[in-house]
Write a protein that binds this ligand. Structure first.
Ligand code: NAP
Length: 418
């Protein structure tokens, strides 16, 4: 329905600067020949085959929408939720607007050590005042206002040197109005292998270790909430009678794996942490688009450098491309995806220049006409009407926008064009 998928539904509401990348989309949208057809789902409203027949090229940049699974007992108990769902919910994705999260317990546990885990931990720690100036969905402000969570425990299965989060996101935790950040000095002591890795590590890793060391030296200032960062700790089971009551974790040691990296190995030392909510933030996976070859191992579209491959021959399927997380897997920031998209479109243009794009066998106009008989297609001016309305709603309270989180509301606004 709306463009700017990752910016609208992935980037944390308290990171407005990152969202300014939408200006690039707006610039592209003003170019002659550009058309946006929103509220159209490939596989439901239109098939890949119909698109491939009607256009010289089809490029999928659909992201990786599902969560990776922990594969432990109790993972499906109510109160064990995926960060994927939580993020989409607080960012106002229409498919997640009716979700509910139980924030009535004193402690929340976030599993994972990436930037999404830190986003989720921060959202639980931010004050209503801090949230109220963002574009977070109104339903999320209401639930977070009533939150009883005082302690957010973030579990990393490996050590500080192996953490996947980046340094600005880690440093942000020290700026929270209502929460202290807590790190046990014993938890960030490095073993010999990690010390050796650190000596050759990139600047992000070195800064992360520096920041964590400074956190470990802090005395909590008595703020009402705390974010506790724990390392070398893996969940082994989620327990509860009908809903989450605790998570059982096991201490890990780092051992060298076949490829030379350090992996977590359980030591047998277990602990039970009481909690009412576990947020699993261990990465995303892609889902197959009907009719588009899929790589079951990588959970991405089957492709080479962005050219989608025929699953039988392994050769490029003429005119079919992929970019972003559905091409490479779920890693990298917006800049990484921008570069990735440029790489794919360079190949597309190369294929065009070399006459390798197939001639359409059907009319794209006819396809759209047929589509409009069954779907309320939203064009770019429809989106601009939604955008202007949301911004206007936010203005009186100094918010960037108040998101419309229901498809019907968005459709109505897009059609009214007021
Ligand atoms: P990520 O960076 O790949 O982190 C996944 C984390 O989950 C890793 O710490 C990983 O540990 C851990 N993990 C995986 N399997 C696990 C298991 N079975 N048990 C316990 N832990 C497990 O993924 P992400 O946080 O979803 O982020 C995706 C991408 O989006 C990243 O590139 C991230 O930087 C980017 N992003 C950026 C921002 C930002 O710029 N502010 C915000 C959000 C996301 P191991 O390392 O041990 O595998």
């Amino acid at each position: 329905m709306t463009p700017s998928g990752l910016v609208r539904f992935g980037v944390a509401p308290d990171h407005p600067k990152i969202k300014s990348v939408t200006r690039v989309f707006d610039k592209t949208a003003r170019m002659p020949g550009f058309n946006f057809h929103g509220n159209v789902e490939v596989g439901t409203d239109v098939t890949h085959e119909q698109l491939a027949n009607a256009y010289h090229a089809v490029l999928y940049a659909v992201g990786t929408p599902r969560d990776r699974r922990l594969g432990i007992e109790g993972e499906d108990l109510p109160g064990s939720v995926s960060a994927t769902d939580f993020v989409a919910w607080y960012n106002g994705h229409p498919d997640y607007a009716d979700m509910d999260f139980d924030l009535s317990s004193r402690r929340a546990v976030v599993v994972g050590n990436g930037n999404v885990a830190l986003d989720v931990a921060r959202m639980l720690a931010l004050s209503v005042d801090e949230l109220s100036v963002t574009d977070i969905a109104d339903h999320a402000i209401e639930l977070l206002r009533a939150s009883q969570v005082e302690e957010i425990v973030v579990l990393g299965r490996r050590g500080p040197v192996q953490a996947a989060f980046t340094n600005p996101e880690l440093r942000e935790l020290a700026e929270l109005e209502l929460a202290d950040v807590v790190v046990d000095p014993a938890d960030i002591e490095l073993d010999a292998s990690s010390t050796a890795t650190l000596a050759q590590a990139d600047v992000t890793t070195a800064r992360n270790v520096e920041t964590l060391t400074s956190y470990a030296a802090l005395t909590p200032s008595g703020k009402p909430r705390k974010v506790v960062l724990r390392f070398l700790t893996s969940p082994v089971a989620i327990e509860g009678d009908g809903k989450v009551e605790a998570i059982v974790v096991e201490r890990n040691a780092l051992v060298e794996s076949e490829d030379g990296s350090l992996k977590a190995q359980p030591t047998g030392e277990r602990e039970r942490i009481e909690t009412g909510i576990v947020l699993r933030s261990i990465g995303y996976v892609g889902t197959q688009l009907p009719g588009v070859p899929f790589d079951d191992r990588r959970m991405t579209v089957l492709n080479r450098d962005g050219r989608v491959l025929d699953s039988q021959t392994g050769e490029p399927l003429p005119g079919v491309y992929a970019a972003g997380w559905i091409k490479r897997g779920p890693s990298g920031v917006i800049g990484t995806n921008k570069k990735c998209a440029q790489e794919t479109t360079t190949l597309l243009l190369e294929d065009f220049a070399n006459g390798r794009l197939p001639e359409p066998s059907a009319s794209s106009e006819e396809l759209l006409t047929t589509l409009r008989t069954t779907v309320d297609v939203v064009d770019y001016s429809g989106w601009e009407a939604i955008d202007a309305h949301e911004r206007a709603l936010g203005e009186p309270t100094g918010r960037p926008r108040v998101k419309l989180v229901r498809r019907e509301e968005q459709l109505e606004r897009a059609t009214v064009r007021a």
